[in-house]
Design a protein around this ligand. Structure first.
Ligand SMILES: [Zn+2]
Length: 126
């Protein structure tokens, strides 16, 4: 038989991890209510969703790389390996402009095209 004492031995007063209200509950209980637990889990899920849109994150990285390289090299030929080392991933772009023989790959306001097999050139305000 469980005595009243046994039942309460593992209970304590603590503050809710979500709303910070004090509550009395099991020693391992961290939320005062199902609502607070759900709100926390929803916030975590939203945060995770935000952080795992790989395309968007990679586009921002690609844009940053083109921006930095353009500031330094303007429209000179740039070795593709340098872009790769900086985190650039060629499969992420926002559009393609085709002119004459070249494809201009767009990443927001920047564009780039293959200059040789190993090099590219960057265009700003593409
Ligand atoms: Zn709470």
């Amino acid at each position: 038989m469980i005595s009243l004492n046994d039942k309460f031995v593992n209970m304590k007063e603590t503050n809710c991890k979500h709303c910070t209200s004090p509550f009395f509950g099991r020693s391992n209980q961290i939320y005062c209510s199902i609502t607070c637990k759900a709100q926390t889990n929803n916030a975590i899920a939203a945060q995770r969703k935000k952080a795992t849109r790989p395309g968007e994150v990679q586009l921002r990285v690609n844009h940053l790389v083109l921006d930095r390289l353009y500031r330094e090299y303007r429209n000179q030929s740039i070795d593709k390996r340098l872009l790769h080392l900086m985190g650039f991933e060629a499969e992420f772009f926002t559009g393609i402009k085709r002119n004459e023989s070249k494809n201009l790959y767009l990443i927001f306001d920047f564009g780039y095209f293959l200059d040789t097999n190993d090099t590219i050139k960057i265009v700003k305000d593409a």
